[in-house]
Every structure is written in C-alpha cells, then in structure tokens.
Design a protein around this ligand. Structure first.
Ligand SMILES: Cc1cc2nc3c(=O)[nH]c(=O)nc-3n(C[C@H](O)[C@H](O)[C@H](O)COP(=O)(O)OP(=O)(O)OC[C@H]3O[C@@H](n4cnc5c(N)ncnc54)[C@H](O)[C@@H]3O)c2cc1C
Length: 557
C-alpha cells in the first residue's frame, strides 16, 4: 500500500478521469487508436460504469427502423426544430459551442449512432417511447414524435461494450483501471495540463452506488500527454445544486431527493477551472418533479423517477389541478417552474389501478429487471393483469403511496400524509369529478383528456403506455391511488466549455493545451448542448458522442 508522502507514480499516453460511460467510451477510443490509458476513478471497482449502470437506457434516435415500423415519420430537420425550440439557446458566448455540439450531435443521432452501437451488439426494445411531449404548438418545446429508444439490457446494456473494450486492453497492460484514485489537482506545466495528482483512498467494500469512505491511504501522481475530464455532473451534491439554482425556477426546494449516486459530487469541475478551464451554463439543470422516495435505498435520499404516461390527474400540494399543458410527461421544467410558485415542495398524482398498470414506468435499470436482464418471459408479464413487480412493490411499501377504495378515504389519506400543508380536499374532489365528467364529452375542452385520447393514435402508446380512457372514479378501474411526488435532482446541463474536438476552452476562448472533457462534466458537449431543456434520452447518447470525439481527438494529439 502506498505510504503518505511517498506518492505512487503512473504514466501513459492519456489519463481519463472518471469510469462512467463518457470516460469508458473515451478510453475505448484511445485504446482502439493504439494509445495507452490510465483511468482514474475515485469509487471502488463495484461502481464501474457510473450513473449509466443505473440508467433506464433510453436513447434518442432520429428516423430509426424502430420508429418507422411503428409508423412514426421523423427527420433530422424535425428533430432539429424540436431541439432548438426546447434548448432555447439565448447566450451568445456561453452557447457558442453548445449550439455547434447540438448540431453535430443531431447529425450523429440521425446518422452513425445506431449503426455504431448495433455493430457492438446493442439492441433496442421495439416499442419507441414518447417522452417530453411538450404539449404546446408545433414549433414549441417537446418531441413532435416518439424518439425514446429503450436499450435491451437498459443502462448496463449501453455501457457493456465499452467495459469489454477497456477490460480487454487491461488484460494486455495497455489500460490501467485505477480505482480509489481521487483526483484533487490537475498538473499544469508551461500552460499545459500534463497530469493529475490526488489521493489514493482506502479500500472500501461499498456496494455499487453506495457512498464509499473518504479515508486516505496515500497519494498518487499520474502523467500523460492528454488528460480527459469525464467526472459527471453535480446532481448528488445538493449544496451545489442549491447554490446554482436559477431564479427563473423560483427558490430551491427545502426537501429534494437524489436521483444519482453520491459520487456525482461536482468536485472535479472547480479543479478543472483552477487548471484554466471555463465553466459555463451552471444554472441550467434537469431535475424531475415525479420523484418518489426509494423504499429500498442504495444511496442517501435515494429517489426514483416515475416516467409517467399521460392519464394521471396532477394536483399541487393544496389540491389544485396543474394548468395546461403541464400533464404527466409533457414538460419537465415547465412543471418544476410552476410547482416552485405554489410555495410547497411536493405535488400529487391521482390515478387508478388501471392507470398504474399501464402507465407507470420507473426509471432505472434495477427497477426494470425484465429489460435489464433481457428476460423475455418476465417482460411478457407486463401485458398480464397487475402492475409490474417493482411498481407493485412501491405501491405496497413506498412512503408516498396511498391506496383507497373510495375518494373520501383517499383524500383523507392525502391530507394526513402532509399535516402541515393546507390541503383543500373539496377542491381536489371537484377537480376529479369535473375531469371525469369530460369522459362522456366527445368534444371535450379538457386538453388532458383530449391529449390522452389522441396519444392512443400512436400504436406504441396504445399498446403499452396509455390506458384506455376511463373515469378516475370508475369502481371497475380501482382501487384509487394517490402518489406524493418530490423534486429529484438528476442532470447538470452546463459544464466545461469544449470545442468540437472536446478540447476544454479557457476564459480567452482558446483551448487549454492537454485538457479535454466529455459527458456530463462538459455539459454533454460544448458546455451545454441541451441549452435549457432536453428532449430526453439525450444524455447517454451525448456521453457516447462526446466520449468518442474526445477519445479520437486526444489519440491524435
Ligand atoms: C437512474 C438514472 C436513470 C437515467 N436514465 C437515463 C436514460 O434513460 N437516458 C439517458 O440519456 N440518460 C439517463 N440517465 C443519465 C445518464 O445516465 C448520465 O447523464 C450519464 O451516465 C453520465 O455519465 P458520465 O460518464 O458523464 O458521468 P458519471 O456516470 O457520473 O461518471 C463520472 C465518474 O467520475 C468519477 N469521478 C468524479 N470526480 C472524480 C475525481 N475527482 N477523481 C476520480 N474520479 C472522479 C465518479 O466517481 C464517476 O464514476 C440516467 C441517470 C440515472 C442516475
């Protein structure tokens, strides 16, 4: 074991900081180009793959065979329109490279992305999902068509080919995977980044995703021609999230859940800044409003996001229905902005057993054992009666779920779960009864009822995602369910500004010699290629893309 004050020395052609998806893709590309690579990772080996291992594996693809088979007509032009309308780029300087990355990424998602992954054995579930629907007019925010392609094997299925490529090189000695190596400083000499220094942390048996200890066993110094920062975002660091919370989203909630493991600590961003890198768009973040407390947590404040179908009624903490078009799955940040104005941290879904069975997907590889395990018999259980096992487990054990046979009992349960909040049960009742009345009105003015009828025109939604329209109070659809929803932190949309070769730029706009960034640390490319808002399924894909770009560029350095 290395002794304090006697740092271990490592050297290779390139150093990659972070063994998440972006870091592994970068390393795999460098290795493919014949370079030697050291991957420095603060967590134990059990957490190899970072956040991607936990991910649902939804990938944004444009005009794919899966879309075409379902009758979806998509194009690069349409996707670009949606992307720009959602991103809302409005900063000349900070968005300069972000826009260029958005364009390059859109080309990739419409072009090489699918074939490249397919060539490595990645496959997709045949039913494409329709995330972030927008709900406005044709040219405003949201996906005009379904584009969320769920990977067969979910997040682990996306990351597996890259782990395999890096492991193969590790066996021949060209790749070194240095776990428990936490970078505390980048080494800068003559204006160029030439390596990294840090602490060798004590071994820790922490399970995947669980917080590991920060005891120090020694020091290390690693040197290379290129250093690539792939250290992820800030979502696990609530102090940082609060400090960067933008005024346009109101005040940050007092109570938030964490949708990412503790290692998503944001520490490496300031370390990169000290080495000359420029951080941009830190106020842009992608948090969810449909978070539920994990009844079986892996990390502190562990929250799971519900990927909801469109039928649940969404009420604020006081019992008032959310305005149009803030329906489940339509506009993530629009809903967050609205809810922050209510003065309360939580909100409610009210639904039926029939809706939960068809419309509740829980984001995360471990919440979808059928898709993650590529288990067809288990997958087929989804079309049987009853909610999928993990959803049912939440319904039974989750602190946020109320199940009742009648509305009085349900409303009482909602009020009792949040005794400090003035819940207007009569208002909530009126909202539900009025919405139900619209079920008998074929030409309803209720936009949500119209939207869910129309969603079923898409085969994928009709098949597995949108329950046949029914009254919430129809006893045949029951029991009734209320779910308390919390804000859940997840993605950082800003980060280190990079050019199209993934070189980190300094305050003067020139590349910092030797320094590259990929994945969430780089705002998924360019310091924020999503702008203000995402179309979903765009995060894993941009880690793949920016990692590929960084690895290839650094290999040529
Ligand atoms: C539950 C869940 C579901 C998701 N579902 C989807 C989805 O369906 N589709 C989609 O597109 N996206 C999804 N995402 C988002 C996506 O998974 C992440 O944005 C992406 O994996 C980030 O990858 P990364 O490599 O940039 O960062 P990370 O995975 O965070 O990896 C960074 C690594 O760097 C290490 N590190 C940090 N600092 C240091 C340091 N100083 N020294 C050494 N090591 C360091 C960390 O320990 C970590 O291992 C999901 C995320 C979660 C958590």
């Amino acid at each position: 074991m290395p002794q304090p004050h006697a740092p271990s020395h490592l050297a290779a052609d390139a150093i990659v900081i972070g063994a998440g998806l972006a870091g592994l893709v970068t390393a795999a590309e460098l290795l493919e180009a014949g370079r030697s690579v050291i991957v420095l990772e603060q967590e134990p080996e059990a957490s190899l793959g970072g956040q991607a291992w936990w991910a649902f594996g939804g990938l944004f693809l444009i005009d794919s065979p899966e879309q075409r088979r379902l009758g979806v007509r998509d194009s690069l032009e349409l996707a670009r329109q949606d992307w720009y309308a959602s991103a809302g780029f409005d900063r000349d300087d900070e968005d300069l490279w972000a826009r260029r990355w958005a364009d390059a990424y859109l080309e990739f998602a419409a072009g090489e992305k699918r074939a490249w992954l397919h060539g490595m054995g990645v496959r997709w579930f045949p039913v494409v999902g329709w995330a972030e629907r927008g709900g406005g007019t044709a040219m405003t925010h949201g996906n005009s068509v379904p584009r969320f392609h769920i990977t067969w094997g979910t997040g682990p299925g996306v990351v597996a080919p890259f782990i395999a490529r890096v492991r193969a090189a590790q066996a021949t000695g060209r790749a070194t995977l240095a776990f428990r190596h936490r970078v505390d400083e980048l080494i800068v000499e003559d204006g160029a980044v030439v390596g990294a220094r840090g602490a060798v942390l004590t071994p820790d048996p922490a399970a995947r995703g669980a917080a590991s200890g920060r005891g120090v066993a020694g020091e290390f110094e690693a040197r290379a021609t290129s250093v690539i920062v792939a250290s992820g975002g800030i979502g696990g660091n609530h102090d940082m999230v609060r400090a960067q919370w933008p005024a346009r989203l109101g005040t940050p909630p007092e109570h938030m859940l964490s949708g990412v493991p503790a290692h998503v600590d944001g520490r490496m961003l300031a370390i990169s800044e000290r080495a000359g890198g420029r951080l941009v768009n830190g106020d842009r973040m992608w948090h969810y409003v449909e978070g539920i407390e994990n009844w079986d947590p892996v990390w502190a404040r562990h929250g799971i996001r519900i990927l909801p179908g469109p039928s649940s009624i969404w009420l604020d903490a006081t019992g008032k229905r959310l305005p149009t078009p803030l329906f489940p799955g339509f506009d993530t940040l629009g809903t967050l902005e609205h809810l922050r104005k209510t003065g309360h941290d939580h909100s409610w879904f009210v639904l039926t057993q029939k809706i939960i069975e068809k419309e509740f997907a829980l984001s995360g590889s471990e919440q979808n054992p059928d898709l993650t395990g590529k288990d067809v018999p288990l997958l087929l259980e989804r079309i049987k009666k009853g909610a999928p096992g993990p959803v049912e487990a939440f319904k039974r054990n989750g602190a946020d779920f109320i199940v009742a046979d009648d509305l009085d009992e349900l409303l009482r349960g909602m009020a009792e779960l949040e005794p400090e909040v003035p819940f207007d049960a009569e208002r909530a009742r009126a909202e539900i009864v009025a919405r139900d009345r619209e079920m008998a009105n074929e030409f309803t003015k209720d936009s949500q009822v119209a939207a869910l009828r129309q969603a079923r025109n898409f085969k994928g939604d009709k098949l597995i995602r949108v329950a046949s329209p029914h009254r919430i109070l129809d006893p045949a659809a029951g029991p009734l369910i209320a779910v308390r929803l919390h804000v859940l932190t997840r993605k950082s949309l800003g980060g280190l500004q990079t050019d199209l070769s993934a070189r980190v730029l300094g305050a003067d706009g020139a590349p910092v010699p030797g320094l590259y960034a990929a994945g969430e640390a780089a705002g998924f490319g360019g310091g924020g290629m999503h702008g203000y808002r995402s179309l979903e399924g765009t995060f894993l894909g941009s880690c793949l893309f920016s990692g590929r770009v960084a690895g290839r560029a650094a290999a040529g350095a």
